[in-house]
Design a protein around this ligand. Structure first.
Ligand code: F0G
Length: 459
């Protein structure tokens, strides 16, 4: 496994990016109030803020774009997308939405039928958690303990802790559980996969207690590829068959298509067989997203998604994709930088709690590392830690996150191994200077999702 595969594509259109000087980056960061979200993208050389909607489309996708049918109702592009989604998932009903959180805002309130309900997940992504809470419900994370031991190899650190999950169901009462959400891959745990064995156990649990299982499958294809690589008995299986087996073990599939469907915008609600629930979702889609045959998307977006969904399942693409992340991760590990090991699907997660133990959690060590990397190398990343987590709504106190991550998310089909070498050199230089880094405090703190618009100062 120490070979890294070359890309199964060649480059036919380029977008120039520019390296800046240290002085320019200092000025840009100051103007952005030390918050990388506030930087203009032109001040960034390599942008690893997110892998969401930032990838490159293939020439097949660009060609499909030209065939978009922009009819308000009954668009040909809708039927094409529907056919592809049904073929991949085996599910009966599909509604397009503008992106993943569009699916969340339609579906989650319909599941939270009365007040004080709970969603249990291997780990909620932040927008999913926000929509659970907006629906008046409570989000419980229940990932396996291996996830917290970043140095020890474990093939499926994204798994649900099944015993703990069942204990929650019994304690809280089955009638109070609105749904079980399996995030695959598990983004916040470090892009870590979920095994089919684990998914089967969780599905059996949901059937026993008659609770819907929702797959938050933004990165379902990457998860399927990990199953092929790491789960016993699957090495000869085709990725699409593994994905199909995953879908067999869920009732509802929500997707941010900006990830594994290889498009810049789009999302999906897919329902296995419950026609009544599908109708309820259609009803809510109209006011929030749009008529159910376009759901906030242009016809051309649906065309590109139909093609991207299939390309995203191609094995040679996936192997190279996962290899890029592993390549960066291995380079950093070899240099002693603490990272979640083994590498996950879409990003390398650097443990800044360990790296900057001299900075307290409420001075946001990972944000300080992200800023230092920007100054060092012009690379933009994102903090996933106490800065993002926010305050306890009851006490108003900063919540301490179990992890202080700097996430280096790799956009799909966008950067080369040489770009990743530049990133690695930058991270290693920052690691050498880690003891000199300083904490941050708020000059301005927004009340909701504070990390996006906050203004920060150095202590
Ligand atoms: N679920 C997961 C697991 C996600 O990673 C995301 C988005 C969403 C839902 C929401 O989808 O952005 O299309 O509305 N993740 C991005 C990220 C933003 O950077 O990880 P969306």
């Amino acid at each position: 496994m120490d070979r890294f595969t070359a890309p199964p594509y060649r480059i036919k259109m380029i977008e120039p990016i520019k390296q800046t000087t240290l002085q320019e980056r200092k000025e840009s960061l100051e103007k952005a109030y030390n918050n990388l979200f506030l930087l203009p993208s032109e001040a960034v050389y390599i942008d690893l803020l997110t892998d969401s909607g930032t990838g490159a489309m293939s020439h097949y996708q660009w060609a499909a774009l030209m065939q978009g049918d922009e009819s308000y109702a009954g668009s040909r592009s809708f039927y094409r997308l529907e056919e592809t989604v049904k073929e991949i998932t085996g599910y009966k009903y599909m509604i397009p939405v503008h992106q993943g959180r569009g699916a969340e805002q339609v579906v989650l309130p319909l599941l939270a039928k009365h007040s004080d309900m709970y969603f249990i997940s291997n780990m909620h992504f932040d927008t999913t958690r926000a929509h659970v809470e907006l629906a008046g419900a409570t989000a419980i994370d229940c990932v396996v303990d291996e996830c917290f031991d970043i140095d020890t190899f474990s093939p499926f650190k994204g798994n649900m802790n099944v015993e703990k999950c069942e204990a929650y169901i019994k304690d809280l009462g089955r009638e109070n559980i609105a749904g079980i959400i399996m995030t695959m891959t598990n983004n916040s745990a470090g892009g870590q996969p979920v095994s089919l064995e684990n998914l089967r156990y969780v599905y059996a649990l949901t059937q026993k207690y008659d609770i819907p299982l929702i797959m938050d499958g933004a990165r379902f294809a990457e998860n399927a590829c990990f199953i092929k690589q790491r789960e016993k008995g699957y090495d000869k299986h085709e990725i699409k068959d593994i994905a199909r087996e995953m879908f067999d073990h869920a009732d509802i599939f929500l997707m941010s298509a900006k990830k594994d469907a290889l498009v810049n915008i789009g999302g999906l609600i897919v329902i296995k067989k419950d026609v009544e629930f599908f109708r309820e979702c259609q009803g809510r889609t109209v006011p929030y997203e749009g008529f159910p045959t376009y759901g906030g998307l242009a016809g051309r977006d649906m065309e590109a998604m139909a093609v991207g969904l299939k390309e995203g399942l191609e094995e040679d693409y996936l192997i190279h994709r996962l290899d890029q992340v592993r390549y960066l991760s291995e380079k950093l590990r070899k240099a002693g930088v603490p990272v979640q090991y083994p590498a996950g699907g879409h990003a390398v997660f650097v443990d800044c709690k360990n790296m900057c133990s001299h900075i307290p959690f409420d001075q946001f060590p990972a944000q300080s590392v992200c800023n230092a990397l920007y100054l060092e190398a012009g690379v933009r990343t994102v903090e996933v830690g106490s800065f993002l987590l926010g305050r306890d709504p009851k006490t108003g106190k900063n919540i301490e996150s179990p992890f202080e991550w700097m996430r280096l998310a790799i956009p799909r089909r966008t950067y080369t191994y040489a770009h990743l070498d530049h990133v690695a050199e930058g991270v290693i230089s920052v690691y050498m200077k880690r003891k000199e880094l300083k904490g941050l405090y708020f000059e301005y703190e927004p009340k909701v999702l504070r990390h996006f618009m906050a203004k920060l100062k150095y202590v």
